[in-house]
Design a protein around this ligand. Structure first.
Ligand code: SAM
Length: 375
């Protein structure tokens, strides 16, 4: 896709924000476990956009450089299949020295190398192809599972353009495509009007479950929700925790530009990603609703924190003794991308201060392993 790298699109900043915001605490956190870390940008692109803004390779490389400066053993592997992009990528990453390696070709070609390195390094995969067809489920699953079976840890953050997928799915099932007049989905490399074979769609989705979703009479945006839920469910075969964030360009749009989907086996990873996605959500809502031209906050009611509901959910989970960390995780399952770790801890403390939760230490300033029960 020739003009993709001419300038960064407004909504691309959210994936960059989430990537950078996640990696920053992730690297030192893993380093505490005394593991070497490998970050793989599977579809790297040239590294920098023509307008000078950093692409994911530079965002990753700068994090790596910063943490290596603190003595942490973290390295990056960047794969790009288009030769022209690859040459630019190599040039753009040269200042980062030995900590960075670039590879030319499809990232599937480097699976053996990634698997071999996974024997001693924890692997984080960032997968951002601009074509949905670049995301076939089974080869991706093979990567996750092979790394996992080698005893190593693997996490993935991927960009899945579920809107393009569902347009193709509707056409394949001979359903009418609704007019999405309030949006212009992100069709850079994929022609939304292309006829894509059912087998190809099965390969991308990792099964034929999408056919029922495409065929039923739900509104288009609900089909997208169902699709991402079903896709995430398939990922839970490889990851214990899977979550996602729909990136939109305007709040009023029902249809996202793309979904960022994340999988991990570690609750700590889920918490860090929740914080990163909360940050992206906050920036998105802030950009739309916190303009200085409004005298009063104008955020829609349902975007405001619902502390009453959160506290009631916490109290109900703490009817049997539960550690603060497990309580937070339970809240993430119920309210993902609504409250950061720090906010959840504050609510726990306030419930203890008000006598509604009792901590096993008798104090309200507690650490994560302290047990909590309802009064
Ligand atoms: C959306 S762009 C990546 C943008 C990049 N994440 C950034 O923020 O700058 C996708 C890039 O991945 C490359 N690509 C697509 N499929 C690939 C694959 N299977 N292996 C390696 N590179 C791939 C494309 O040539 C393109 O340069």
């Amino acid at each position: 896709m020739q003009d993709f790298f001419q300038g960064k699109r407004e909504w691309s900043k959210y994936k960059d924000l989430i990537l950078g915001y996640y990696l920053h605490p992730y690297i030192p956190k893993l380093a505490k476990l005394r593991k070497r870390i490998l970050i793989v940008d599977c579809c790297a692109g040239p590294g920098r956009f023509d307008d000078g803004s950093n692409g994911s390779p530079l965002i990753i490389a700068e994090e790596i450089q910063q943490w290596r400066g603190h003595g942490i053993e973290v390295k990056g592997l960047f794969v790009e299949e288009i030769l022209e992009h690859f040459s630019e990528l190599t040039q753009n990453l040269e200042p980062f020295g030995d900590a960075i390696a670039t590879r030319h070709g499809k990232f599937g070609d480097y699976l053996n190398e990634i698997r071999r390195r996974a024997a001693t390094e924890t692997v984080f995969l960032y997968v951002d192809p601009y074509s949905v067809k670049g995301l076939e489920f089974t080869p991706m699953k093979a990567v996750y599972d092979q790394i996992r079976h080698s005893g190593a840890s693997v996490e993935v953050l991927m960009n899945f353009n579920v809107t393009t997928f569902m347009r193709w799915a509707l056409a394949a099932m001979k359903r009418a495509m609704p007019n999405i007049e309030d949006d212009d989905p992100d069709y850079l490399a994929d022609d939304p009007n292309e006829r894509v074979e059912i087998q190809t769609l099965n390969a991308i989705a990792g099964g034929d479950y999408w056919q029922d979703i495409a065929s039923d009479s739900l509104p288009f945006h609900i089909k997208l929700d169902r699709m991402v839920e079903a896709y995430a469910l398939r990922l839970t075969d490889s990851f214990t925790h899977v979550c996602w964030y729909p990136v939109k360009s305007k709040y009023k749009h029902k249809v996202p530009k793309y979904m960022l989907i994340y999988g991990t086996r570690h609750p700590d990873g889920l918490e860090l990603m929740n914080d990163a996605m909360c940050k992206a959500r906050e920036e998105f809502l802030g950009a739309e609703f916190d303009s200085p031209e409004f005298l009063f906050p104008v955020r829609p009611e349902r975007e405001l924190p619902n502390l009453g509901m959160l506290e009631s959910d916490m109290l109900s989970k703490a009817s049997v003794a539960i550690s603060r960390k497990s309580l937070r995780l339970e809240m993430l399952k119920l309210h993902f991308c609504r409250y950061s770790k720090a906010e959840l801890n504050r609510v726990v403390k306030s419930l203890i201060d008000r006598g509604q939760l009792i901590s096993s230490t008798g104090k309200s300033k507690i650490h994560d392993d302290v047990l909590l029960t309802t009064a």
